[in-house]
Ligand binder design. Structure first.
Ligand SMILES: *Cc1c(COP(=O)(O)O)cnc(C)c1O
Length: 347
């Protein structure tokens, strides 16, 4: 487009991607939540609704990332996406959705990553959607460490044995050379929206678990050089590992886009106060935050991811960590289908 576009943008636009999104995901003002958290009107809160980004099985952040991975799978002539996640994984539902909509097959290994078994946990929510789309859902009752590699390898082998050509999508579509691109592109998209809205979001809040949503945002923010701050909220319960993964993905993504693009340590911020000790289980702060968002601006969040990042944003605004005059953007990554499987937490 622009002959003077920076190198990272030229490169980003040259990498093939599928088109799974409606277009730029909407930006919504949250006036009631803003009023509750910042009664003097000093901090204005908005959300970019990546939970409403696509018509493919409710969309969400994984669909944005998978635009790049599916283009790569097609280039390699693959016909089946193979991936792995927990029983109520949004990611495996998204893999099944993009495979289906691309005329490919999906095999998803669903493991016991969360040590709970509430009513209908393996029947409703995300897993129901995958089955409805005709996905080959394989429940693996082995624990995380034992069965993980084995079951996924078996799935890859079974596709090959049936004459198919599998493409492996890592958990969360993160630990992949193209995994960070979707959310680097998110920042480019955001900057265009800001120009037409005449606003600048100085602080972005995002949930972080497998890390590439957070990492992509960091790369986008560092590359554009406007001093935008990205605050990750850990929902993995293993913040040391998560931060290492975010750093690695951010630096690999930056190197892919422009070898001169350096990600300073100071750009990698992960707040560890809101994971409630474990991945996949809401705690009191999670439930309270979900209720606050739902009962102010009718924003629905899930108990695994977005409820935790919502708790983080609420606390950061309340404690004054976000300066008056700020425009804060809550990056809503999706996840609501899992809510059904967690109904017993809301009785
Ligand atoms: C996967 C997921 C996340 C975490 O994103 P990562 O890129 O894996 O860190 C957050 N929210 C929702 C709804 C998700 O499905």
């Amino acid at each position: 487009m622009d002959g003077h576009a920076p190198e990272y943008l030229v490169k980003l636009r040259s990498i093939p991607k599928e088109s799974f999104l409606f277009g730029p995901s909407p930006i919504q003002s949250l006036p009631r939540l803003s009023k509750v958290l910042s009664p003097d009107g000093g901090v204005k809160i908005y959300a970019k609704r990546d939970d409403c980004n696509s018509g493919l099985a409710y969309g969400g952040n994984k669909v944005r990332k998978l635009e790049y991975l599916v283009a790569d799978a097609k280039k390699q002539g693959c016909d089946t996406l193979v991936s792995v996640g927990g029983v109520q994984s949004n990611h495996t539902r998204a893999v099944t959705a993009v495979a289906t909509a691309s005329g490919m097959k999906a095999v998803t290994v669903q493991e016991k990553w969360v040590p709970i078994d509430p009513p209908l946990y393996d029947k409703t929510g995300n897993i129901l959607l995958s089955r409805l789309m005709g996905g080959d859902v394989r429940l693996n009752q082995e624990g995380f460490h034992i069965g993980h590699k084995e079951a996924t390898k078996e799935a890859m082998d079974s596709v090959k044995a049936n004459g198919g050509k599998p493409y492996y999508v890592p958990a969360g579509a993160s630990d992949h050379e193209l995994g960070g691109l979707g959310f680097t592109n998110f920042v480019v998209e955001l900057a265009e929206q800001e120009a037409s809205m005449n606003i600048f979001f100085d602080t972005l809040i995002v949930c972080s678990v497998t890390g590439s949503s957070h990492a992509g945002l960091i790369v986008g923010a560092v590359a554009e050089g406007k001093g935008r701050k990205i605050i990750g909220i850990d929902a993995s319960g293993k913040p040391v590992e998560t931060k290492a993964q975010v750093s690695r993905i951010a630096r690999n993504t930056a190197a892919l886009l422009d070898p001169k693009l350096e990600i300073p340590d100071s750009a990698i911020i992960l707040d560890e106060r809101f994971h409630e000790g474990i991945y996949g289980i809401p705690g009191p702060s999670t439930i309270a935050a979900m209720k606050t968002a739902a009962q102010t601006d009718a924003v629905i969040t899930d108990p695994v991811y977005e409820g935790k990042s919502m708790a983080g944003m609420i606390q950061l605004v309340k404690e004054g960590a976000i300066k008056p005059g700020s425009n804060v953007l809550y990056v809503h990554l999706g996840g609501q289908p899992a809510l059904n499987a967690y109904s017993s937490y809301f009785e």
